[in-house]
Design a protein around this ligand. Structure first.
Ligand SMILES: *Cc1c(COP(=O)(O)O)cnc(C)c1O
Length: 402
């Protein structure tokens, strides 16, 4: 812990609401590397929380931000914006034909927009209830909390927003039984992130899609974490071959510059009318320039190919390691969203990695979550495997298991 950390933490304790408890401070980043205030170098397999997917301070994104911020940072949505429609076109042309986009600033705000859009669509026929999944995570605002399938996050914030119910994930019969004449949307993450890196079953999604079509229910996909190339395709749904009606995105959309977006397919692309929904900063030129640079990287830098290649390599190497330890139940995930599933809390393992200068995350208590940059090199993948191998051996010792 450096001097700078000590000075800053004092102020943090005095002046910042204690919603987080950071124990380390990073002051600089480049690609898959971070440096703390003592000059220590870390291998970053967290990317923020799946945010800096092109690595820290990606050259394309940095140049785009520098150029745009010298030209025009912000203009109100009351005026035309020269960058935003280009980004919308790029997103739609790579996803749902006939789609349209609304821009905002975060994942929760994107999900709020998605929920409002589904309600407006459904209310025309008297329907405004949304079914979401146990174990899901959709954000911390009141509506997204009501959609989040973890009651503990809602505790203390009563009363709950009405109109939401949860059912077990990947259980089609339970979902079907929960549908009522009031249901307007089914909301899910195709690969649950915070819940523990849990992918949806393909057949399950196909059945959900058919159910939605039959009952005119909208399929709402929260791609805030699993989208934007993380699974090896531009959008997560493309990995499963099931097209949603609305997609929310955020996290990696502008490689760390705050931004969110709602992309609706033709069924509900024109449901919001002038004055229905808004966001002061949504689609601001600076954010859009950063996001366009991310799209350029997808177009030109073989980012998705690298994600597939390194993801497959890491999952194979980690599965091999996992076989050596009885407390490791397995390795799961897709692309570069990888979970090492333990039979006990994974926090200690993440702590050992951090001590060895590697940043990783946990998910759903017992899962070590790895979300490195999609641009990770083979050399860094190998270094990560080496560090994880050491940490697993150390963890076995500290937990008293052979
Ligand atoms: C992070 C996350 C959110 C919330 O995003 P914020 O930008 O923190 O509001 C919503 N859904 C999923 C799946 C997420 O991973």
């Amino acid at each position: 812990m450096g001097k700078l950390f000590e000075t800053v933490s004092e102020k943090f304790k005095s002046y910042v609401m204690p919603t987080y408890a950071p124990s380390i401070m990073f002051v600089r980043g480049k690609d898959a590397r971070l440096w703390d205030d003592d000059g220590n170098e870390y291998l970053d397999f967290a990317s923020g929380i799946a945010v800096c997917s092109l690595g820290h301070c990606n050259d394309r994104v940095t140049a785009a931000i520098q150029e745009q911020c010298a030209k025009l940072v912000h203009v109100s949505n009351l005026y035309m914006n020269e960058v935003m429609p280009l980004l919308a076109e790029k997103l739609v042309k790579n996803s749902i034909a006939g789609g349209k986009v609304f821009f905002c600033n975060s994942g929760a705000e994107a999900n709020e927009g998605m929920i409002k859009l589904a309600r407006k669509y459904g209310n025309r026929t008297g329907r405004n209830h949304i079914i979401s999944m146990d174990n899901s995570f959709h954000g911390r605002t009141l509506a997204t909390l009501a959609a989040t399938g973890r009651a503990k996050y809602r505790k203390g914030f009563e009363e709950e927003m009405p109109g939401f119910t949860q059912v077990p994930f990947n259980d089609f019969e339970a979902l079907k039984a929960a549908v009522t004449p009031k249901t307007c949307g089914i909301m899910l993450e195709m690969l649950q992130g915070e819940g523990g890196v849990i992918p949806a079953d393909k057949e399950y999604l196909q059945k959900v899609r058919a159910l939605c079509d039959e009952k005119d229910i909208l399929l709402l996909c929260d791609e805030v974490q699993c989208g934007m190339g993380r699974l090896g395709t531009r959008f997560a749904y493309q990995k499963f071959g099931v097209e949603p009606d609305i997609i929310s995105m955020a996290k990696a959309i502008a490689n760390g510059f705050p931004m969110g977006a709602v992309l609706a397919g033709p069924k509900c692309a024109d449901v919001f009318e002038v004055g229905n929904h808004a966001s002061t900063f949504g689609g601001t030129p600076l954010a859009c320039a950063a996001a366009l640079a991310v799209q350029d990287a997808f177009d030109q830098d073989q980012v998705l190919e690298n994600c597939e290649k390194e993801g497959a390599f890491l999952r194979e190497e980690l599965s091999r390691l996992a076989g050596n330890y009885s407390f490791v139940k397995g390795v799961r995930g897709m692309g570069l969203m990888i979970g090492i599933v333990l039979d006990r809390p994974a926090g200690g393992l993440a702590g050992l990695l951090l001590k060895d200068k590697m940043v990783a995350l946990t998910a759903g208590e017992t899962v070590l979550r790895l979300v490195p940059p999609l641009t990770i090199t083979r050399k860094d993948s190998l270094l990560a495997v080496e560090k994880i191998s050491k940490a697993l051996a150390e963890f076995a010792k500290t937990e008293g298991i052979a």
